[in-house]
Design a protein. Structure first.
Length: 155
């Protein structure tokens, strides 16, 4: 015996929704950063053997350079999964300036991680680390300068 057309249509709609994930409460996939998946190279080491006092991350990878400062990303803990570190090296070991911040999955996906550091008048650096395939909102005037890196507009 054949089912009435309404039941068949309703079953097709429900099956279609289930297959596409509509109506499901599955969380969105976490953001990705392919740089963390590659093998470490000499480029991924902090300059001149410098070390940062942060113990909540691993897998440090250099992402790029902004105005002479080196930008790194790292994998963190479940509570703080995404880290960004900027190092502005100086001629003497005491002249180096470093700063960092972290983000959870949601913030990293929507805004990336922005860090600003400075060494005095005119020697500041700001950069934003972005996840792969970033579709979030950048601050007004910011420019993407690499696969995972953006900088604010110059004043």
């Amino acid at each position: 015996m054949r089912a009435p057309p309404r039941r068949t249509a309703a079953a097709a709609v429900i099956t279609g929704l289930a297959m596409t994930g509509c109506g499901s409460s599955q969380p969105a996939a976490p953001p990705q950063l392919a740089a963390l998946d590659r093998l470490a190279t000499a480029e991924d080491v902090l300059p001149d053997g410098r070390e940062l006092p942060l113990e909540e991350y691993s897998n440090l990878r250099r992402i790029g350079e902004v105005d002479g400062a080196l930008v790194y990303a790292a994998q963190g803990t479940a509570e703080h999964p995404w880290w960004m570190v900027i190092v502005l090296d100086g001629p003497a070991e005491d002249d180096a300036v470093a700063g960092g911040s972290w983000a959870n999955d949601e913030d990293f996906t929507q805004r990336g991680i922005t860090v600003s550091i400075g060494r005095g008048a005119g020697q500041g650096v700001t950069a934003t680390l972005l996840p792969d395939d970033f579709t979030g909102q950048l601050e007004d005037g910011s420019t993407i300068i690499g696969p995972n890196l953006a900088v604010p507009a110059k004043p």
